[in-house]
Design a protein around this ligand. Structure first.
Ligand code: ADP
Ligand code: MG
Ligand code: MG
Length: 658
């Protein structure tokens, strides 16, 4: 979760006092850094994923599932294991996440996957290795790791193990539902963010999720929350489930992909192109139909996490006239991108957004172009919300902490990442909307899909850009129940350059496509093509077919593309639909939207089985992992001696090459 500096965290009051200083020095750091690195080029593709795991304790006697608050000690255990057998751990890295029932795993430090095509075949093995390490570290605790985006009963009474009471009138979260003990114990950042975001806002978050109205759901549905507090009660809405703190959002898990571009220009280009695919891929990855024990009418977590770290004051929300604050801000810190950043994308930025004029001027005077200056001047309207005393005084030339502070607490669908100081890493872009799938196979499919998509965009010069206003609308549609099957999304009719009938219409970035150049399409059309529209996957196949690939890797890629293809066409269910069906078909379910303890337990037992390899036809059909089996059915593939040996040898070779 971004910057993880340690130290003595300052109160919100003191952090606020330093806000201008942090912004000022942060911008100086950006400028110094930019000048050192703007001409850096010829970096190769490298990429890496981030998986946030949920640690669950299943009580098989009582038939209940609880979130086990063992993340910090599990991380210690993995680190000890790493000290003992460093060679077995070079390919993985583990870091804390928001909640004590979470932990994040990535490919090894300074060991991202490389440009060579064979790397697409390593992602899943690496994920498997991570899962095995985690399972091993949890041995004897009765806990299991799961790749679920949200625990269906997050915030219900006694959802954690050990159980703790929430503290609605004190503490960090001030929540009616979420005890502070659920927040990661070992690191101050998460607790500080929780308190400061709430204090900056001036009251608790209030997130209302539309309930799924089933036959026996009361109408209107009233969420009876355990309080007489007027403000809370005023914030609830009929027919909605109410959530009230950061933990409901940051206490959920996701899948992210970061990749390295050749240079800054390519990074900006891919940032813009992939931004358009965010809502589409979010909808295909949808995995969260239930919240606080209720089945809801959405399939994705996005709006909840957006609301959970929304620190805007009443003035910034436009509810009161600006007096103490500087801007009315239309979006949360966690939201879709506010603008495209490539110089040719200007015409698509059709929605004004607040930015700090002085910062923009400074950046431009110091040589950043208008578009990049605009982007950072927008990110820098935010206050720092976590600051350590020891880090207040910073070197504006050599360090980048203040820049990273603001940058890493702008949680947008895409993130444009400058190279870290003094490292071999180049300009990177992070793709951030995806929800988690149950298996390594599916998660690898999404990761590899996104990376091959970037290659296809570059190879064919594809152009997906639509006006930002349309992109925002797509995001609102993407989270809805069954968006893959029922949703319509604004999309360009022409994505291959020079493919339109009339060449004069071609968009060069100077003007946005005329309204007749995009239309509303369903996800099947966008991904698989229909009529005259080529579809994203057929283009990706053309790209893949043009590669020299070993059979083994080709088979794997084919399975991955087929998975996304079938999810997009509706032939296979999204994880959210599968979970929804599991819940509504459960004998304990009373058509009243309530997801009780027993249903949750059975659902998570099923998730566990699927994670361990049990086939779920609804989710994956006849598709299956090619990476972790001997692939005798693929002609020409040499039988492997030992999977793990094979993979680690490959991985070592790869890293040496890069
Ligand atoms: P975040 O700020 O998103 O937490 P991290 O530093 O944790 O970012 O890294 C995110 C991902 O970036 C990891 O999967 C890691 O493997 C990957 N990564 C590391 N180095 C590179 C690189 N040079 N190019 C692309 N990805 C990289
Ligand atoms: Mg991370
Ligand atoms: Mg990340």
């Amino acid at each position: 979760m971004g910057l993880l500096s340690k130290g003595t965290s300052l109160s919100w009051e003191d952090t606020k006092k330093h806000a201008d200083h942090v912004r000022k020095v942060g911008i100086q750091q950006l400028i110094a850094h930019y000048h050192r690195l703007k001409d850096r080029t010829n970096d190769q593709l490298k990429f890496g994923d981030e998986i946030e795991y949920t640690i669950v304790r299943l009580d098989h006697e009582k038939k209940v599932a609880r979130l086990a608050l063992v993340g910090p000690e599990t991380l210690d255990k993995i680190n000890e294991e790493e000290q003992r057998t460093p060679q077995e751990h070079v390919q993985t890295a583990w870091v804390p996440e928001y909640a004590s029932y979470m932990i994040e795993g990535t490919p090894g430090r300074e060991r991202p996957y490389g440009w060579c095509v064979m790397n697409y075949n390593i992602v899943e093995s690496n994920m498997k290795m991570r899962r095995n390490q985690l399972v091993k570290a949890l041995e004897g605790t009765g806990c299991i790791p799961l790749c679920i985006t949200g625990f269906p009963r997050l915030g219900c009474p006694s959802f954690t193990d050990p159980q703790y009471e929430p503290t609605p009138t004190g503490g960090l979260s001030n929540s009616l539902f979420y005890p502070d003990e659920a927040i990661w114990k070992g690191h101050p950042r998460f607790k500080t963010l929780t308190r400061n975001i709430r204090q900056r806002k001036g009251e608790n978050q209030a997130i209302n999720i539309p309930i799924y109205k089933d036959q026996a759901t009361p109408s209107p549905f009233v969420d009876h929350i355990p309080t007489t507090d007027e403000t809370c009660l005023k914030n609830t809405m009929a027919d909605h489930v109410y959530l009230d703190c950061m933990g409901f959002g940051m206490g959920m898990c996701c899948l992210q992909v970061t990749f390295q571009a050749v240079n800054i220009d390519e990074a900006r280009h891919l940032y813009d192109q992939l931004a358009v695919l965010c809502p589409i891929m979010l909808a295909i990855s949808a995995a969260t139909p239930a919240y606080r024990g209720y089945l809801c009418d959405i399939d994705c977590r996005w709006d909840i996490i957006s609301g959970s770290v929304d620190d805007r004051t009443k003035e910034e929300l436009g509810l009161e006239p600006l007096k103490n604050d500087k801007f009315v801000i239309p979006k949360s810190r966690y939201d879709t991108i506010s603008c495209y950043i490539h110089p040719t994308s200007d015409a698509f930025n059709d929605k004004p957004f607040p930015f700090d004029e002085e910062i923009k001027k400074t950046l431009q005077t110091q040589g950043l172009d208008e578009h990049l200056a605009h982007h950072f001047a927008h990110l820098f309207i935010r206050d720092p919300i976590s600051l350590f005393e020891e880090k207040v005084q910073q070197d504006p030339e050599k360090e980048t902490d203040h820049f990273e502070n603001i940058q890493s607490t702008n949680w947008q669908t895409m993130r444009f990442k400058p190279p870290p100081p003094g490292s071999p890493i180049g300009w990177r872009v992070e793709f951030r909307p995806l929800e988690l799938q149950l298996t390594d196979f599916e998660n690898a499919a999404f990761v590899v899909f996104v990376v091959i998509l970037t290659r296809t965009i570059l190879s064919f010069g594809l152009d997906f850009r639509i006006p930002i206003s349309k992109l925002d609308e797509n995001m609102r549609r993407a989270v809805k129940r069954d968006a893959v099957k029922k949703g319509k999304f604004h999309f360009r009719k022409t994505i291959i350059p020079g493919d339109d009938d009339d060449d004069d219409d071609e968009t060069d970035g100077a003007s946005p496509p005329a309204p007749q150049e995009y239309e509303e399409m369903d996800i099947d059309t966008i991904i698989n093509g229909k009529g005259g529209f080529p579809g994203v996957i057929p283009l990706m196949r053309m790209y893949v077919n043009s590669l020299e690939v070993d059979v083994d890797t080709r088979c794997t890629i084919q399975q991955y593309l087929k998975l996304i293809q079938k999810r997009a066409s509706g032939e296979l269910s999204t994880t959210a639909t599968w979970m929804r069906n599991f819940i509504t078909q459960h004998p304990d379910y009373k058509q009243d939207s309530i997801v009780n303890d027993r249903i949750t337990y059975d659902l998570l037992v099923a998730c566990d089985r699927i994670s361990k390899g049990e086939t779920c036809a609804e989710l994956t059909g006849s598709l299956h992992s090619r990476t972790i089996r001997d692939i005798e059915t693929c002609p020409g593939t040499a039988k492997r001696k030992s999977q793990s040996e094979d993979v680690s040898v490959k991985h070592r070779k790869m890293s040496q090459n890069n």
